[in-house]
Design a binder for this molecule. Structure first.
Ligand code: ATP
Length: 472
């Protein structure tokens, strides 16, 4: 089985010394996992190779017979400005370095530099080129606005324009090797987006999910990187880490906002250097999986308070999507209601009951602190106790009342709605307004309105009668 070449574009190494070319190629492959390499020891052929396309980065020797590196740089800037160039010189000359940078070189390294310096420069150029390509892809997708693979989103029910825009964005960034950050409140569907991104990535490996909340640093390292046999007392068998499990696929780290600081350092190193050490190993292994992370926490606030490392935060947020809460896309509620009703009816072996109109109205006014997961649970609960006729409202109202932080049905408003009124209404007037509002929200269903007000249906009925008689 042939491994996928990395990066997606070719890196052209140009030098008139074949031995140096060979050793540079070996170093880049072994140290940075760069395998999509092309070498050329005749500078006169460089432009012809570039014209054939597919090359994103050129690493150029400066002093070569026939055509010098500087002459090539000039031609490159004119004919292929989309290609990034790094200059490698035998001499450390400041003036030459400045001239090369003015001609558009991305970096200038000296051949006698530490290997680390040269590999680092090439990796940075690869990353920049990848981001440039991602941006181009993104702009073209946003302009066309069309989905090329709508089937990847089949599991996500929505008609919301904001959500559909996220689909387009995801299609554009899914093939990128850069990490993807998915944020949004609990239950909004972040995991579904991670699955869609994996499907769209074109990676043939597996999607491996790890929930990192509550993992202490040792368990985190062992889970991700694995260990060798005998690495610690009790390690009777070697264990493959999840990074290896996900090779050629996607590693999805859920609840990343809860990661401890030492584990954040390990994750950053993995992302930056693209390699890791299983516990007890002397030789590093290469990261071959795409990383997707998700959290329901506000990462920016956590970064502000020092609970999340700034460098990791910026590394993770290169590509990011924020899935909106359900209350901000009320148009999705009826669609999801129908979807879950059909799903629950199949699962419970029942007939799908008709949905009363008041139910849709009630749900539209509810804040869904648990988002789509909460709606799904409500539907399953309601259908499991359903006997015949239309679906009962009661189960939904009860569930909403019991939900933590349920603003739309909270018995006591968090802010005094009368604060700031120059003149206060009388008790009778305030009660009448409240009753009218509840009746309105409940679609004039007295049982539901009474529940919203926290009183019995006969008590509400009595009030309504009084209001009619008193003309209030
Ligand atoms: N748009 C949607 N269409 C269909 N099902 C959905 C949708 N959004 C969420 N769900 C369902 O709601 C449940 C919660 O979704 P998911 O686990 O993806 O949420 P999450 O944002 O990852 O939550 P958490 O932060 O708690 O991990 C799942 O059963 C999922 O299938």
């Amino acid at each position: 089985m042939s491994e996928r070449l990395y990066p997606a574009f070719k890196i052209l190494l140009v030098d008139d010394e074949p031995d140096w070319l060979g050793s540079l190629a070996l170093t880049l492959e072994a140290r940075a996992g760069l395998s999509n390499l092309l070498t050329c020891d005749d500078s006169r052929r460089v432009m012809e190779l570039l014209d054939q396309g597919g090359i994103g980065l050129v690493v150029l020797d400066l002093t070569m017979p026939h055509l010098s590196g500087e002459a090539l740089l000039k031609e490159l800037a004119e004919r292929h400005p989309e290609v990034t160039a790094i200059v490698l010189s035998g001499l450390n000359q400041l003036e030459t370095a400045v001239r090369c940078m003015k001609l558009g070189a991305f970096d200038y390294c000296v051949k006698t530099d530490e290997e680390e310096r040269i590999v680092g420069a090439v990796l940075r150029a690869v990353r920049m080129q990848e981001m440039r390509r991602d941006n181009q892809e993104l702009s073209s997708r946003l302009v066309s606005g069309e989905l090329r693979h709508p089937e990847a989103f089949a599991g996500i029910v929505t008609g919301d324009r904001g959500m559909l825009a996220l689909f387009s964005y995801l299609e554009a960034v899914a093939p990128s090797p850069q990490p993807l950050l998915i944020t949004g409140e609990s239950g909004v569907g972040k995991e579904l987006f991670a699955r869609a991104a994996h499907r769209l990535s074109g990676c043939r490996g597996k999607l491996v999910t790890v929930n990192v909340a509550g993992l202490d640093d040792t368990v985190f390292a062992d889970t991700l990187f694995g260990h060798l046999r005998g690495a610690f007392t009790g390690a009777e068998q070697a264990r493959r880490g999840m990074v290896e499990e996900a090779a050629e696929g996607t590693l999805f780290l859920d609840e990343i906002g809860d990661l401890s600081i030492p584990s954040q350092v390990k994750l950053l190193r993995l992302l930056q250097e693209g390699e890791y050490f299983p516990l007890g190993a002397d030789l590093p292994k290469r990261l071959k999986a795409r990383i997707i992370v998700a959290t329901h926490r506000d990462l920016a606030a956590r970064e502000d308070s020092g609970a999340f490392r700034r460098d990791l935060y910026y590394r993770l947020r290169t590509h990011r999507i924020e899935v909106p809460p359900l209350r901000e896309r009320p148009g999705d509620i009826p669609l999801l209601l129908e979807h879950f009703l059909a799903e629950a009816a199949r699962a419970l072996g029942k007939k799908k009951p008709p949905v009363p109109r008041e139910l849709a109205r009630f749900l539209a006014g509810y804040a869904f602190p648990g988002n789509v997961r909460e709606l799904r649970a409500m539907v399953y609960d309601a259908l499991s106790i359903h006997r015949d006729g239309p679906l009962a409202l009661d189960a939904f109202v009860q569930a909403a009342r019991q939900a933590p932080d349920a603003p739309a049905v909270a018995a006591v408003p968090s802010r005094n709605p009368f604060a700031g009124f120059p003149e206060l209404p009388t008790f009778t007037e305030a009660a009448a307004f409240l009753v009218m509002e509840a009746m309105d929200r409940a679609g004039h269903n007295q049982t539901l309105a009474a529940r919203l007000l926290g009183i019995s249906q006969p008590a509400l009925n009595k009030r309504l009668k009084q209001m009619r008689e008193g003309g209030a």
